[in-house]
Design a protein around this ligand. Structure first.
Ligand code: C5P
Length: 223
């Protein structure tokens, strides 16, 4: 049962949703608040996509993507280049292939089962945490927001970081990536049946965090 998961120290919080929905910010804050380890699983797919690009391969090529996934070095997850659009687009291409996803599953499940630093549990964010990676997670959040809101946030974030950005391009990039993530046959982006949806379109990051804390606390109380 859920209470058992909290008491046994193996709490797992799954935070899924489309790109720029606010799930990363939320997941990081939940982890800090409860002293849990945090894994941004998007970085894993970005690192694989970037590896293929750097080897001058095609991210849609199964053999190239699978080779990169199998030799993924966890140190590559700290590469600042993972934040770029090239890495994002390549990530969603390699991520569409089932064998690539399978090759990356154990790393994510090991992190959840034995969180680093002796943490009593873990928060993982991604697209398929609640459905595939950690289907038994005690808390599952599915974070959504209108596409225009998400594009606006990403655009502002880029400008704030001093990066050039064109709103219409950002909107197109997110739309393309959403389509690929939702319509692939391998672990598509979809809410788990027991996930709680959180629409952040009209919310500030603080409001999103408060809403998530309420959900988590009522889950703990009710389990
Ligand atoms: O979350 P982020 O935008 O960094 O993810 C980049 C891409 O990696 C996504 O568009 C998606 O295709 C893929 N991904 C995935 N499953 C996850 C996390 C990310 O397919 N759990």
């Amino acid at each position: 049962n859920r209470a058992g998961r909290w008491r046994n120290g193996g709490v797992i919080v799954a935070v899924d949703g489309p790109a720029a929905s606010g799930k990363g910010t939320l997941a990081r804050r939940i982890a800090a608040h409860f002293g849990l380890a945090y894994l941004d699983t998007g970085k894993i797919y970005r690192a694989v996509g970037l590896r293929v690009l750097r080897d001058r391969g095609d991210p849609d090529d199964l053999a190239a993507a699978l080779a990169a996934a199998r030799k993924l070095d966890p140190a590559a997850l700290d590469d600042p280049a993972l934040g770029g659009d090239d890495a994002a687009s390549a990530a969603s291409r390699v991520a569409a292939m089932g064998p690539v996803r399978d090759a990356l599953l154990a790393f994510q499940q090991d992190f959840a089962a034995a969180p680093p630093g002796g943490a009593s549990g873990a928060v993982l964010d991604g697209r398929d945490i609640g459905t595939v990676v950690c289907p038994g997670a005690g808390i599952k959040l599915f974070v959504v927001a209108d596409i225009a809101v998400r594009a606006g946030r990403r655009h502002k974030e880029l400008l704030d970081r001093g990066k050039p950005s064109i709103y219409s391009r950002v909107l197109q990039e997110l739309t393309d990536r959403d389509d690929r993530d939702r319509n692939r046959s391998a672990a598509p982006l979809i809410a788990a049946r027991d996930a709680i949806a959180l629409d952040t379109s009209a919310m500030t990051p603080d409001e999103v965090f408060d809403a998530a804390l309420n959900i988590i606390q009522s889950r703990i109380a009710g389990s």
